[in-house]
Structure formats: structure tokens, C-alpha cells
Design a protein around this ligand. Structure first.
Ligand code: XCC
Ligand code: SF4
Length: 698
């Protein structure tokens, strides 16, 4: 594997984002380090990186190295396949635990709302509550909202620790998929149980068969995709509204020189939703003005950002590798963090500036931070306290350096909204998309998801894949930090339709959606499972996810959650390709099991291809092979001519132009919906009014 991740990168090769490069030069000028510069001196340990290190017991750590490494064993006799697979399975369990614990907290919040203990929150999307109640077998007719919500919360919470039965949401998979899981014995039972079982099996001296270990990893991952993450998405929609498209902005330039800047970073929407309200509270805005600022500006980083971008249009300051860069601007009064993807480096770094780092979860403290514990029973007070801390801190600002980069984007595509776009609320379907794939106007579907990783050039792999896919008529969905990367590079703006291939362009214009759809945060990868399942069952493209001309990519993966996501997509029948480096590359056996082995077993697989060209070539090969297997016409771009702009897109462009003009005049417009709203969905316009469009729905 000759990836270049071990060389010291010149600054220009650290990111393709000009804002990041500007801030890295600024950091160097200030003599401050970042993850980017630390990566130059901290090389990945090649033994651990490749999966050849076992530190499961204290007879080791055992490291299998050398030319004959695969013939060696650890002291207990564990071979390379076992060692690499065990480590991989534990990564899956770690990722599942993270997403699912987040999901559990969402269910706890819903419960507190239902029992009237969570002031400031309410069930915002009753329609979604009814749909979810239906999935969970909870009666709805003639019942009060909070009565239903309480049952939904309790059944959701049961999914974590139930002593018998399977995770209910597995029934949302295609019948074929459910049967396959049953036959293989990998239907997940209870979320916590699958995590515990992997931890048990991978304890010293238990499961010592690579194939069996990896099979348990598949089962565990399904407890995330069709369990914790899917519940998290659904309950977030119930509490904060199912997203529908709106426009906003992305990159560090969304920070405002003359306003109190508050950044939310992490993963949960719970406190951040309250901070949205607090940042728009006239009383607090008046206090900010009294402190000499023009107002309060809230922006996000990582998936907390995606959660509030999708629902309130709050601008995104950047993805994972932007967290330190945001502090380096000197313009952040408070950075509020909850859980996951938060660098400890923020502690000491924020102390070099006036920035107050605020931790809020009892699960996640950082030395150097101020801890203001979030408790859903007094959320509005906590949010106000944090905003007041920021206001008081405004006067302490030193010199600031905000790079002037901010791209417009459209975000907020839920599965529900896509249904609506393709047939209206009462006849929602995926028929137009399926027909377009069958005809070859759309060559296939690609999900480009996941993290940033300093071992590769920031955003490069993600943006390269998005760019090439849409040019080759592959429709793209994005989530997490990959969505943010695509947005920073301009690929989430409707303007990008001009860069799409002719077939894709024609279809996108007809349906009225852009070629790259932002589906949300990382737990919202569950939305992609729902979309793929519906495409598979709509007709004409086989019967299951493994029949579809689709591929999932995670070019710049970094954490265990990404591994859990990749694994549940594979277990659901998708071909998945990760970049960076394979955590099992030291083992030919584990690599074989996760590729051809899993393909035979579940129809999907997990490959690691660090080279962007090779990753892309393999993606098209997989998509075209599925087209051929379905006996669809081979993709032929020459048969579609350029079509004119649809009225729909002309409208969006006009809207964005107006918005830019208004922004120029200082009118706050981020978060305005750019699409006609789906009936039954609502948008908070930030002025305290919620516009619901649910007439006509019983
Ligand atoms: Fe974290 Fe979700 Fe990865 Fe980004 S993409 S670095 S997990 S924030 Ni989830
Ligand atoms: Fe070594 Fe076996 Fe202990 Fe792992 S479990 S550290 S391979 S002795």
C-alpha cells in the first residue's frame, strides 16, 4: 500500500479549502500548532494502522511484523486474521456505542417532553410521530400527542436492552434482506446487547475465528444502522422537525467580525436547538448590542452543525478539521461542545485566545474548558447562560483573523422530502428516480459520507468523488463532514447543476432537486438506508439494496463511527469503499472475508482503496456491473442533450441572488427555505413563528 500519508506535507497539500490554508498560514505566523502540523511529527504506527497489533491482554501487546508476519502468532496463538478482525470488530462496537448512546439520549429527551418535564421542547412534527408510532406498533388513533410520544420513547428505549425479540426497525428492510439476516443469524436483537456481545467475543480467549468475529461485527453494526442511528434520526425529526430544503452558508467566513460568535460543535441537536432560540432572543440580542456587538451569530461545526443547519439554516463554520481553525480566528466568544469528534487540543488552544470552551455533557469533559452541564429539564436556562457568557466575553477579544470564504448551500433533504418532490404528498414515490436510473439518464447512486483525516489532504477525496460522479451522471447524497466538504467547495449550491452530466441534469431539473443532496448528520446515514430500501422496492431495479447500481464511499474516514457505518451499509447489501488506509490490511484473511467473503454472504462488501483514481474507477465498475446484472441499458451519455434551465431552478437562483443582495444590505436571511415546503413539514423562520403547511392531511 503506497499511500503518501507518511510524508511531511507542504502546507498547500494539507487542504483544498482556501480558508483552511489561510488559517494554517496564520497559525504558523502565531507559532501555534494544529492537528495538521502535529500530523507532520506524529506518524501513524504502521503496526497498529494495519491491524497487526494486539493489546487485548497483558501477555502482549503482541505485534506480528516482518515478512512472515502472517505465519506468526501472538503468545496465546492468535493469528493475524484473529488479531486484525478482533480489532476491527471492536472499532465497530465503539462506533455503534457512540451513535446509539446518542440515540438513547434523544429517546430520553422525547420521554421528558412527553411527561412535561422538558421545558422549551415539544413534539414539533406530529406527522412523523405518527409514522414512527406505526413502525413501532403503537396505536395512535384518538390519542393525545404526548401519550403517543411517551409510548414511542419507551418502545425506543426498550430497543436498547430488550431481553428477547429483534430490533423492531429491522422490519423496515426489504423482505429479502430480513430473510437473509435471519438465515445468517445476524438480525440484531437489542442495541446494547450487540455491543456487549462483540466486547465479550473479542475479549482474550473467546471468539478466535476471523470469519465468526467479523460476522458478529456485521450483526453489531446493524444495531446501529437499523437501530440506534435510525431511532436517533427519527426522534430528532419528531422533536425538531423533519428537514426540508433551505439555504444557508458554509465555511469560516460565516463568523462575523462585529457580532458575538457562538460555535456549537459535536453531535447532538438537543442543546444546540435551544441555542438557536437563545441566539434569536430579542432580549439577549439587546444585551449583545449593549456590549458593543451588532448581534449574536451562531454557527456550527461537525454534526451538531448538520443537525441545526438542516432544520434552522444555521450556517456551518466547517467540518472536523476546522474546529481548531475556528478558534484561531480569535473571533469565537464561546465554543460549545457536546459529544464526539471534539479534539482535546481545543482546551489549550482556546486558552491562547479569549475563546471560552464550554463542555456540556457529563460524558465529555476537557481540561481547560468551562463545564456547564446540559440537562433537558432546564435547557432554555442553560442556553441563555451560555449565550450570556459569550456576550460578556466579547469585550475580551484580541486581534481577529476571519478568512473571507463562505459558500452558499442548499441542505435539508430528508427521505420524506424526496418522496414529496417526486409526486406530491399524497402520491409520494421514487418512481421518477427509478425510471431515470432504468433509462440510464442517471447512471447510478453514490453516497459520499464521513470524516476529515489529516493523513490525507482535507476535503480532496470527498470533493474529487462528488465532482466526478455528477459529471458522469451519478446522483450523489452526502452526510456528515463530507457534506460540509462538498458544500465548502460549492457542490451543494444549485449552480452546480451546470457541472452535472446531461442525463443527470435533465432528471434533476424535472424532479426539481440538485445533483448533490445533503441528507444530514452522520446518524442520518440511516436516511440513506431508507432511501435505498425504497428505491429497491419501488420496482424495476431488483428487490434489494444489493441489486442497486449504488456505491457508498467514505474517502477520508477517521473514527470508529465511520467503520460502524461502512459495516452496516455492507451488511445491508451495499458496496462500500473507504480511503485512507485499511485497519485490517496486515491480514489477507480478514481482507478477503470483508470483500469477497461478505459479498457472497450479504451482497455488500467493504474495501479500502487509498488512491482517489482507483477509488473512483472501482466505484464506476461496481455501478456498471449492477446495471449489467439488472439487464439495464449500458450508460451512454451521448443520447442526452443539454436541456435548458427549468423554471424551478431559475427560481432558486433568483432566490439566492435576492438573498445575497439582502445580505449585502445587512438583512439576516440565512435559513430561509428555498423550496416550496412539503405539506405537513414545518420550518422555524427564527422569528418565533412556525409556519406549518399541513392542511389537507388527516
Ligand atoms: Fe466526526 Fe459527525 Fe466523522 Fe465528521 S463525519 S469527523 S464522525 S463529525 Ni460523522
Ligand atoms: Fe498477545 Fe494473545 Fe494477549 Fe493478544 S490476546 S496480546 S495476541 S497474548
Amino acid at each position: 500500500m503506497d499511500d503518501k500519508s507518511n510524508d511531511v506535507k507542504p502546507v498547500a497539500a494539507k487542504s483544498i479549502d482556501p480558508a483552511a490554508l489561510e488559517m494554517l498560514a496564520h497559525a504558523e505566523g502565531c507559532g501555534l500548532e494544529t492537528a495538521f502540523s502535529r500530523a507532520d511529527t506524529m506518524k501513524p504506527c504502521p503496526i497498529g494502522e494495519s491491524g497487526a497489533c494486539c493489546r487485548i491482554c497483558s501477555m502482549g501487546p503482541c505485534r506480528l511484523v516482518g515478512k512472515d508476519a502472517e505465519e506468526k502468532t501472538g503468545i496465546c496463538g492468535a493469528d493475524m486474521g484473529t488479531i486484525a478482525s478482533r480489532h476491527f470488530a471492536r472499532q465497530v462496537a465503539g462506533g455503534v456505542a457512540a451513535h446509539s448512546d446518542h440515540g438513547r439520549d434523544m429517546a430520553m429527551t422525547l420521554r421528558a417532553v412527553a411527561t412535561g418535564e422538558a421545558a422549551g421542547y415539544k413534539v414539533k412534527d406530529e406527522q412523523k410521530l405518527h409514522v414512527v408510532a406505526g413502525y413501532l406498533g403503537i396505536p395512535t388513533s384518538g390519542r393525545e400527542v404526548n401519550e403517543i410520544a411517551l409510548d414511542v420513547a419507551d418502545v425506543a428505549l426498550q430497543q436498547f436492552g430488550q431481553s428477547h425479540g429483534d430490533i423492531v426497525y429491522t422490519k423496515r428492510a426489504t423482505p429479502k434482506r430480513q430473510a437473509k439476516w435471519r438465515e445468517l443469524g445476524i438480525t440484531p436483537r437489542a442495541i446494547d446487547r450487540e455491543v456487549v456481545e462483540v466486547m465479550h467475543r473479542t475479549h482474550e480467549g473467546v471468539d478466535l475465528d476471523a470469519e465468526n468475529i467479523l460476522k458478529s461485527a456485521l450483526r453489531c453494526s446493524l444495531a446501529d444502522g437499523w437501530g440506534g442511528a435510525m431511532l436517533s434520526t427519527d426522534i430528532s425529526d419528531i422533536l425538531f422537525g423533519t428537514p426540508s430544503p433551505l439555504s444557508s452558508e458554509v465555511n469560516l467566513g460565516v463568523l462575523k467580525a462585529d457580532q458575538v460568535n457562538v460555535i456549537v460543535h459535536g453531535h447532538e441537536p438537543t442543546l444546540s436547538a435551544m441555542l438557536v432560540e437563545a441566539s434569536r432572543d430579542p432580549e439577549l440580542i439587546a444585551e449583545a448590542k449593549a456590549a458593543g456587538a451588532e448581534g449574536i451569530n451562531l454557527a456550527g461545526i461537525c454534526c451538531t452543525s448538520n443537525e441545526i443547519l438542516m432544520r434552522y439554516g444555521i450556517p456551518a463554520a466547517g467540518n472536523f478539521l476546522h474546529q481548531e481553525l475556528a478558534v484561531l480566528t480569535g473571533a469565537v466568544e464561546v465554543m460549545v461542545v457536546d459529544v464526539q469528534c471534539i479534539m482535546q487540543a481545543l482546551g489549550p488552544l482556546s486558552q491562547r485566545f479569549h475563546t471560552k470552551l464550554v463542555t456540556t455533557s457529563p460524558k465529555a469533559k476537557i481540561p481547560g474548558a468551562t463545564h456547564i452541564e446540559f440537562d433537558e429539564h432546564r435547557a432554555p436556562e442553560t442556553a441563555n447562560e451560555i449565550v450570556r457568557l459569550a456576550i460578556a466575553n466579547y469585550a475580551n477579544r484580541g486581534p481577529i483573523h476571519i478568512p473571507d470564504y463562505h459558500e452558499p448551500l442548499v441542505a435539508g433533504f430528508s427521505h420524506e422530502y424526496l418522496n414529496y418532490m417526486q409526486g406530491g404528498f399524497h402520491r409520494g414515490s421514487f418512481r421518477p428516480l427509478n425510471d431515470a436510473i432504468i433509462a440510464g439518464r442517471v447512471r447510478g447512486l453514490a453516497g459520499v459520507v464521513g470524516c476529515n483525516n489529516v493523513r490525507v489532504t482535507q476535503d480532496e477525496g470527498i470533493v474529487e468523488m462528488i465532482k466526478r460522479f455528477i459529471a458522469d451522471d451519478v446522483m450523489v447524497v452526502v452526510t456528515g463532514c463530507a457534506a460540509n466538504a462538498g458544500a465548502k467547495a460549492g457542490y451543494l449550491s444549485p449552480e452546480i447543476l451546470d457541472h452535472a452530466g446531461p442525463g443527470l441534469r435533465e432528471v434533476m431539473e424535472a424532479i426539481g432537486i440538485p445533483p448533490v443532496l445533503h441528507l444530514g448528520s452522520c446518524v442520518d446515514n440511516s436516511r440513506i438506508l431508507t432511501v435505498l430500501t425504497q428505491v429497491a422496492t419501488e420496482g424495476g431495479l431488483g428487490e434489494d439494496i444489493d441489486d442497486l447500481p449504488a456505491v457508498g464511499l467514505c474517502p477520508e474516514w477517521m473514527c470508529e463511527k465511520a467503520i460502524a457505518i461502512g459495516t452496516y451499509f455492507a451488511a445491508s447489501g451495499a458496496h462500500v469503499i473507504f480511503g485512507v488506509s485499511s485497519p485490517v490490511k496486515a491480514s489477507t484473511e480478514a481482507t478477503r472475508l470483508m470483500t469477497t467473503g461478505w459479498e457472497e454472504m450479504v451482497g455488500g462488501d467493504l474495501e479500502f482503496i487509498p488512491d482517489w483514481d482507483a477509488m473512483y474507477a472501482r466505484s464506476l465498475e461496481l455501478i456498471d456491473a449492477k446495471r449489467a446484472a439488472l439487464k439495464l441499458p449500458a450508460y451512454d451519455p451521448s443520447q442526452y442533450g443539454d436541456s435548458g434551465d427549468s423554471l424551478f431552478f431559475a427560481e432558486i437562483k433568483r432566490y439566492l441572488a435576492d438573498q445575497a443582495a439582502e445580505a449585502e444590505r445587512g438583512v439576516e436571511t440565512v435559513g430561509s427555505p428555498v423550496y416550496p415546503l412539503a405539506e405537513g413539514h414545518s420550518h422555524d423562520h427564527g422569528d418565533g413563528h412556525t409556519h406549518s403547511h399541513d392542511e389537507g392531511e388527516a
